[in-house]
Design a protein around this ligand. Structure first.
Ligand code: UDP
Length: 253
C-alpha cells in the first residue's frame, strides 16, 4: 500500500495524520476520491493503539494505511500531552455520515459491507430516507463466507466508496487484504456505525460526545465492553510513561 502523503505524529508508535479541522480531513479525502487515488482510511483510537503494541499485523496495517484520523478525545488528548499539539477530532461515525452527504452531492456510489443481515438492511433503508439522492450501489451483511464473492459483488456494483462495518481490527484486516483487488478508490472501517444508523445501538447524545465521554456512555449502555474499554486505562498509563520518558518527542514524518 502506498505511504501516507500527509504529515503525521506518532502516538505510542502509531502515526496519526495532522489536520487542523474536520473539514480539512473531508477536503483531503474528497480530493483523493476526485483524482481516483486509492485511499484506505483508519480511525485511530486508544484501543487500536494498545492492541497494535502487541499485534504486529495490526501495527503494520495501521502504518500502511493512507490516512489515519484522530478518532476522538483519547488520541487528541495524547497529542496535546506529548506534543502540545491540538489534533482535530474526527470521529469515524461523523466522517462516515459526512462522506455519505458528500457522495450524495457528487454522485459517488457507495457500498455498505458489514453488521447483521437485519441491521445492514435497516441501515440501508434509513440512509435511503435521509439521503434521498445517495447512490447505494450495493450492500452485504458482515457474516459471509468466501471473501472472493464479496469482492466480486463490490466490483460489479461499480461503487466508488466502500464502508466496512465489521468491528475492529477485523474490518481493517479485511480492507488491507482485499483492497488491491477492489475497484473502489476509498475504503474505511466504520465499526458499529451501521448499527447506530439502523437503531440497533444507540449513539451517545450530543453532550456526551461534546465532552469527550462517549466511551463512558457506550460502557453504560453495553457493560460487556468493559474489557475493551480497559484499553483506555492502559493507554492513559502508557501516555504518562511516554511523557515522563521524553520531555519533547520529535514529530514523525
Ligand atoms: N460484525 C460483522 N461481522 C463479524 C463480526 C462483527 O459484520 O464477523 C459487525 C457487528 O454485527 C457489528 C460490528 O461488526 O455491527 C461491530 O460493532 P462494534 O461496535 O463492536 O465495533 P467497534 O466500532 O467497537 O469496532
Amino acid at each position: 500500500m502506498a505511504e501516507s502523503v500527509h504529515n503525521s505524529l506518532s502516538i505510542l508508535g502509531i502515526p496519526v495524520n495532522i489536520f487542523d479541522s474536520f473539514d480539512d480531513v473531508v477536503q483531503w479525502i474528497a480530493d483523493r476520491i476526485t483524482s481516483r487515488q486509492p485511499t484506505f482510511c483508519v480511525a485511530i483510537n486508544p484501543e487500536k493503539v494498545c492492541r497494535a503494541e502487541h499485534d504486529p499485523r495490526l501495527s503494520q496495517v495501521l502504518h500502511a494505511a493512507h490516512l489515519r484520523i484522530c478518532d476522538g478525545v483519547g488520541i487528541s488528548l495524547a497529542s496535546r500531552l506529548l506534543y502540545r499539539k491540538r489534533l482535530a477530532r474526527c470521529t469515524g461515525v461523523d466522517l462516515f455520515l459526512k462522506l455519505l452527504h458528500l457522495s450524495e452531492q457528487r454522485r459517488w456510489k457507495v457500498f455498505l459491507l458489514g453488521a447483521s443481515p437485519e441491521s445492514n438492511e435497516a441501515a440501508c433503508r434509513v440512509l435511503e430516507q435521509n439521503f434521498p439522492d445517495l447512490r447505494i450501489a450495493g450492500s452485504q451483511h458482515g457474516y459471509f463466507e468466501g471473501a472472493a464473492e464479496v469482492v466480486q459483488k463490490i466490483n460489479d456494483s461499480g461503487a466508488d466508496l466502500l464502508f466496512v462495518a465489521m468491528g475492529s481490527p477485523r474490518q481493517e484486516f479485511w480492507i488491507s487484504e482485499h483492497m488491491p483487488r477492489l475497484n473502489t478508490c476509498f475504503c474505511m472501517g466504520v465499526g458499529g456505525s451501521l448499527d447506530v444508523v439502523s437503531g440497533a445501538t444507540q449513539r451517545a447524545p450530543y453532550l456526551w460526545r461534546r465532552t469527550g465521554t462517549e466511551w463512558l456512555f457506550r460502557l453504560l449502555v453495553q457493560p460487556s465492553r468493559i474489557r475493551r474499554q480497559s484499553a483506555l486505562l492502559v493507554f492513559t498509563f502508557d501516555v504518562l510513561k511516554a511523557m515522563a520518558r521524553h520531555s519533547s518527542v520529535p514529530v514523525a514524518r
